[in-house]
Design a protein around this ligand. Structure first.
Ligand code: ZN
Length: 107
């Protein structure tokens, strides 16, 4: 039986399709893309494979879409990152801007 993966943003209305994409410059990884919102997801195994190909074993780099929450912008932290950093609800995080963008780390 084929396992179906639903988009976490669109829910059960959108089954994600296996598709190769550029995970990092020059590294093509297999992932899942939502046909509706175009968001990419990787399973933990797919991520490990991509990280190995890239030569990084302990870093994660995943893309997520911002959404509005009241008057603010919010982002859902992917499960793999929550697990790797052992993040918990209500835990404080620190925002840090760099030339490359935004770094969020446990405070
Ligand atoms: Zn979607």
């Amino acid at each position: 039986m084929k396992k179906e993966l639903y988009c976490p943003t669109c829910g059960k209305d959108s089954v994600m399709q296996a598709k190769p994409f550029e995970w990092s410059k020059g590294v093509i990884a297999e992932g899942f893309q939502c046909a509706n919102c175009r968001e990419f997801l990787l399973t933990l195994d797919q991520h490990k494979k991509a990280a190995k190909a890239y030569g990084q074993h302990n870093t994660l780099s995943l893309t997520r879409k911002l959404f509005t929450l009241g008057q603010s912008l919010a982002v859902r932290i992917p499960y793999d990152i929550v697990n790797q950093l052992k993040l918990k609800p209500s835990q404080k995080v620190q925002f840090h801007t760099t030339r490359e963008g935004l770094v969020v780390k446990p405070a």
